[in-house]
Design a protein around this ligand. Structure first.
Ligand SMILES: [Zn+2]
Length: 99
């Protein structure tokens, strides 16, 4: 028998399992080059990042493309998630605690 655990709280999910599907990606065409992209400063910055690419090697092209996530959620976390899918509430709390 398949056993699921909640991706948020880690509790095992008995019957009521909810799935959150999240897809994020660029809303523009990354391959499209506009005239502004061709000015010299931009090309220089591209050359800079290419230098960084060679020196650090931690640049990943896949990160630019669409990404899909799928989370299993228990009823409790699903309700919390639908109220605040981007975690803005906890982000706000984090900012307050830093002050
Ligand atoms: Zn949960």
């Amino acid at each position: 028998m398949l056993h699921f655990t909640c991706d948020l709280c880690g509790r095992s999910i008995e019957h009521e399992r909810y799935i959150a599907r999240v897809e994020v990606g660029p809303a523009f065409d990354p391959d499209e080059v506009s005239p502004e992209d061709l000015d010299v400063d931009h090309l220089e910055s591209v050359a800079d990042s290419l230098d960084q690419l060679e020196s650090t090697g931690d640049f990943e092209v896949e990160n630019c493309g669409p990404q899909k996530f799928r989370f299993d959620l228990c009823p409790h976390c699903w309700q919390r998630y639908t109220k605040d899918p981007l975690g803005r509430e906890s982000l706000r709390r984090l900012k307050f605690s830093q002050n």
